[in-house]
Design a protein around this ligand. Structure first.
Ligand code: F6P
Length: 320
């Protein structure tokens, strides 16, 4: 394969730029032409495609967001949109694409792959919600961003002897809450994968208060189905402890990627380009036990993500 494309799609994630840079530079190193597809599948349908060179990805390694821009395309969900995308690709002579994004973006890639385009999927999402890989690009940065916020929140929470609920992203996957909760010393971690019992949460807060604990951090993933303000009111009513709410929202999606995310992005992109160069079939690139992996794309998307109950229990033990 000599002409390949690269696009970013869905919610942006720190490290996407590092991945784009590595796709372009590894592709050029192999003598390939690399095309940047702007605004994800939406831009693909519109033909927003430009050839990239070494310098078009200069000075982006450390930047959050994505220079290719991103979108969630409704048009691409239709058969007409997908057929249009295929016509655009054939006009450019592009035979393979590196798709950087989350579950929805990979599924979009699968549609293209079933229409004859080779897709290499790179897991780019802060959510860490793809079952076939231990880590996604952007997750580590998001966890560190939350951690730094929690460090600040603890100071004021202690001074005022308050409880603070920190709501983090994760619609279906509680990994950001789990990792940032454990490493940030949260007293309670609420995730969509585990049942949530308000009495248990309050019991822990009261026990902490009785042993002289000044602050309480409750780390809540957005996917836990209780309104965060309602939860704060319930905690105040049941524990008598003043409770504040911090919703970190999009703050978690930006920022300079950590070394770990840059490394992951670079290694995964290298693998994707290598597979395209060797005319392999569509794959989802991941990391398992420290090794870069490549699963059949369709199979990868059927793998369910197991929740790490060991970490969840450890966080509980450490915060009693
Ligand atoms: O990137 C994933 C994610 O951050 C989710 O955790 C969140 O619910 C969602 O994206 C929101 O993104 P948007 O508002 O851009 O659709």
């Amino acid at each position: 394969m000599r002409k390949i494309g690269v696009l970013t799609s869905g919610g942006d994630a720190p490290g996407m730029n590092a991945a784009v840079r590595a796709v372009v530079r590894c592709g050029i190193a192999r003598g390939m032409e690399v095309y940047g597809i702007h605004r994800g599948y939406e831009g693909l349908i519109e033909g927003a495609i430009k050839e990239m060179d070494m310098s078009s990805v200069g000075d982006i390694l450390h930047r959050g967001g994505t220079i290719l821009r991103t979108a969630r395309s409704e048009r691409f969900r239709t058969e007409e949109g997908q057929k249009h995308a295929i016509n655009v690709l054939s006009a450019f002579g592009i035979e393979g694409i590196v798709v950087i994004g989350g579950d929805g973006s990979m599924r979009g890639g699968l549609e293209l792959s079933q229409r004859g385009i080779t897709i290499m999927g790179l897991p780019g999402t802060i959510d860490n919600d793809l079952g076939y890989t231990d880590y996604t690009i952007g997750f580590d940065t998001a966890v560190n961003t939350v951690l730094s916020a929690v460090t600040n929140i603890r100071d004021t929470s202690s001074s005022h002897e308050r409880a603070t609920i920190v709501e983090v992203m994760g619609r279906h996957c509680g990994d950001i809450a789990l990792y940032a909760g454990l490493t940030g010393g949260a007293d309670n971690i609420l995730v969509p994968e585990m049942p949530f019992d308000i009495n248990q949460v309050c019991k822990k807060i009261i026990q902490g208060k009785n042993r002289g604990k000044l602050h309480d951090i409750i780390m809540k993933a957005e996917g836990v189905e209780i309104d965060v303000q309602e939860l704060a009111q319930l905690i105040e009513d049941k524990t008598g402890k003043e409770t504040r709410v911090v919703i970190l929202a999009y703050l978690q999606r930006g920022g300079s990627p950590t070394a770990r995310d840059r490394m992951l992005a670079s290694q995964m992109a290298k693998k994707a380009v290598e597979l395209l160069y060797n005319d392999e079939e569509s794959k989802a690139i991941g990391i398992c036990g420290g090794e870069i992996t490549a699963y059949d794309l369709e199979t990868a998307l059927t793998i369910k993500r197991p929740f790490n109950t060991d970490l969840y229990e450890l966080a509980d033990v450490l915060s009693r």
